[in-house]
Design a protein around this ligand. Structure first.
Ligand code: ATP
Ligand code: MG
Length: 315
């Protein structure tokens, strides 16, 4: 089976208990939950049985250990996660507002996560990697962006493939350096996994169809547009496959896109037809939102298949 690698921020997430709870006054919190988009992605891929490893940095503290323990339990390769004495593991405090949007207090670039680097362990992990996945959120610092670009070069240098989930908000794109980094990654992407208006951010076309034609024309093999509860649409130069989402009660949307992406990429690497990869990915995304906490909804392949069987075709 092909080996998948990702690099980037490892965090714990601590959530406000009440909807609309302010961080400007004391209130009840729940967590710590293991988190960080690259960690969620690698955890889900490993849970599906894909050989998968993560390059990242944690502090020598309980929050770091919590992440290592979870990733290891899911079957991920944690050999390229380095632990730094005297630095704290990254954190994200999140509160959900009444309009369903999220408000964050992040400590990422100034935490151990900011110390990410290509060291011997990372080089060893990349030496037999077949695929590298980029999370746009992991371009958060020059250092982290350097790691991502070096990993892409290493994997592509040995004939491997690259997937890219922009995972960004419009505000970040205003930053000139960030835009350049994202465009640089896109130029080397085989599988592009945008959601919402992210598709339009990378194209001069003003509409979805125009953007898809333009991006496929630039050499991207396939574009998978994530559409929340509505499911996802796959596009390549020959075909389009639309797949509705599975009906579930959404408890916490965090992590859905990362679990979806991990499943789609894992099945693409196995040579699955787009419809099969989409079905597994939609199921992983749906299961992800049924639990509070970004990695709590990660399920193993047998459980994902049982969920699909119970749901019928998902249509
Ligand atoms: P994230 O908030 O994690 O960044 P995203 O914006 O990248 O998510 P979404 O489109 O929100 O991606 O979710 C990814 C996939 O998860 C969807 O394509 C769908 O398959 C599944 N999904 C998300 N929300 C729901 C839901 N409420 N019900 C069923 N499936 C869902
Ligand atoms: Mg996302």
């Amino acid at each position: 089976m092909k080996k998948l690698v990702c690099a980037g921020e490892i965090l714990v997430e601590i959530m406000a208990e009440r909807i609309g709870q302010s961080f400007l006054e004391p209130g009840p919190l729940v967590g710590p939950f293991p988190s960080g988009a690259p960690a969620i992605f690698i955890g889900q891929a490993a849970a599906l049985g894909q050989p998968a490893g993560l390059i990242g940095a944690i502090g020598e503290d309980d929050f770091g250990q919590l992440n290592i323990d979870r990733l290891r339990a899911l079957g991920a390769d944690v050999s390229a996660i380095t632990s730094h004495r005297g630095h704290a593991t990254g954190t994200a405090f999140v509160t959900y507002l009444a309009d369903a949007s999220r408000h964050f207090v992040f400590n990422i670039s100034n935490s151990a996560a900011g110390l990410i680097a290509i060291d011997d362990a990372a080089r060893h992990l990349l030496a037999d990697a077949d695929h590298f996945h980029v999370m746009g959120s992991s371009l958060f610092s020059d250092k982290s962006a350097e790691v991502v670009l070096a990993a892409i070069a290493a994997v592509r240098g040995r004939g491997g493939t690259v997937s890219f989930d922009p995972n960004i908000r419009r505000e970040i794109m205003q930053d000139a350096g960030m835009r350049e980094a994202l465009e640089g990654v896109l130029a080397q992407t085989d599988i592009f996994l945008p959601s919402g208006n992210e598709l339009l951010l990378f194209s001069s076309a003003g509409d979805e169809q125009g953007a898809i034609v333009e991006l496929l024309g630039r050499g991207i093999s396939c574009i998978v547009l994530k559409r929340g509860a509505a499911g996802a649409i796959y596009h390549d130069r020959q075909s389009l496959v639309a797949m509705p989402g599975f009906a579930v009660d959404e408890v916490d949307p965090t992590g859905a896109g990362d679990c979806f992406g991990a499943a789609f990429v894992s099945f693409w690497l196995r040579g699955a037809a787009p419809a099969e990869a989409l079905r597994i990915a939609n199921a992983c995304g749906a299961l992800a939102v049924t639990r509070k906490g970004p990695m709590e909804g990660i399920h193993r392949l047998a459980d994902v298949e049982a969920f699909i069987a119970r749901a019928g075709t998902g249509a």
